[in-house]
Ligand binder design. Structure first.
Ligand code: IPE
Ligand code: IPE
Ligand code: MG
Ligand code: MG
Ligand code: MG
Length: 294
């Protein structure tokens, strides 16, 4: 097995464990159980892994930012719970099991999402206190809040919903991908870099690397919705066509959308060249993000 697969497995284990430890104990409340249910369902944990990887590439100990890495997964999992609600994508399967609202009801699922989002920012603050890094914690909180907020993921989710049934242009579709998905992926890498004390040039470079990978990630999600299987993806397939989502494969076809993802991947890699550390880990992760089958 290639080394990067070992790395992904090892970090996923580390993150899974840390996530379960920061959640309320089982049986304490319905909302707490729903939070636990959606986190324990798994997922690739790519956002926290990107955070750890960015920090380690820049020479910072990853254990120090485990709380921040977890916060990114908490925000992501909240976004999936809400994304699946009947008022949004109305999807009843997530991470191979019944979506949160199917298992717990809509009201509890809304609150579970809220609970995860709130906990995320507690974790960022705890990172600052534990490691005596108040300034980095504040900068990271801003980064994640902006990425998850109205000018990031929330804005992207609004555009995604209002675009249903419409024909958008290619730049409009890529803007949705950049906001709803790219922003949090970018914040994942940026928060690791901020924790590692990255300079201006490194931050700007990693930002544009992550933005390209983030857009490609959503294009591949849209492609997998067309060509993947529910068993492998753990979520329904063909859901985008059923909801008439404005996606790149729907607009230009699967082959051209794959070409676009390839180009974004190449663009992302070329940006890493100007960073003065060994960025091999980030380029291998980028490959795994773009060339994936689930
Ligand atoms: C799915 O994200 C939703 C998107 C933003 C495209 P992932 O593909 O990372 O889902 P999990 O976390 O592995 O379940
Ligand atoms: C989700 O995009 C983006 C989020 C911010 C959650 P999708 O709606 O395509 O994600 P899936 O396919 O349901 O995982
Ligand atoms: Mg959606
Ligand atoms: Mg969805
Ligand atoms: Mg999708």
């Amino acid at each position: 097995m290639p080394e990067i697969d070992d790395y992904l497995l090892e970090k996923k284990k580390l993150i899974d464990q840390a996530l379960l430890e920061c959640l309320p104990p089982a049986g304490a409340s319905k909302v707490g159980d729903a939070m636990r249910y959606s986190i324990a369902a798994g997922g690739k944990r790519l956002r926290p892994i990107l955070c750890l990887a960015a920090a380690s590439v820049l020479g910072s100990p990853e254990m120090e930012i485990l709380d921040v890495a977890c916060s990114l997964e908490l925000v992501h999992t909240y976004s999936l719970i809400h994304d699946d609600l009947p008022a949004m994508d109305d999807s009843d399967l997530r991470r191979g099991i019944a979506s949160c609202h199917v298992a717990f009801g809509e009201a509890i699922a809304v609150l579970a999402g809220d609970g995860l989002l709130t906990l995320a920012f507690e974790k960022v603050a705890r990172y600052g206190i534990k490691n005596n890094r108040a300034e980095q914690a504040a900068l990271i909180a801003i980064e994640i809040a902006q990425a998850a907020g109205l000018n990031g993921m929330i804005g992207g989710q609004e555009l995604d919903l209002t675009a249903e049934g419409k024909t958008l242009s290619l730049p409009e579709i890529e803007r949705i991908a950049a906001l709803k998905t790219g922003a949090l992926i970018t914040a994942s890498i940026m928060s690791g870099a901020i924790a590692a004390g990255a300079g201006k040039h490194e931050l700007a470079t990693l930002n544009s690397f992550a933005a390209s990978i983030g857009k490609a990630f959503q294009i591949v999600d849209d492609l997998l919705d067309q060509k993947g299987t529910a068993a492998e993806l753990g979520k329904p397939v063909d859901a985008d066509q059923q909801r008439a989502k404005a996606t790149l494969p729907a607009l230009i076809g699967a082959e051209a959308a794959q070409d676009r993802a390839d180009l974004l991947y190449q663009e992302a890699l070329s940006k890493l060249d100007t960073i003065n550390s060994d960025t091999g880990l980030l380029s291998e992760l980028a490959y795994r993000l773009v060339y994936r089958n689930k």
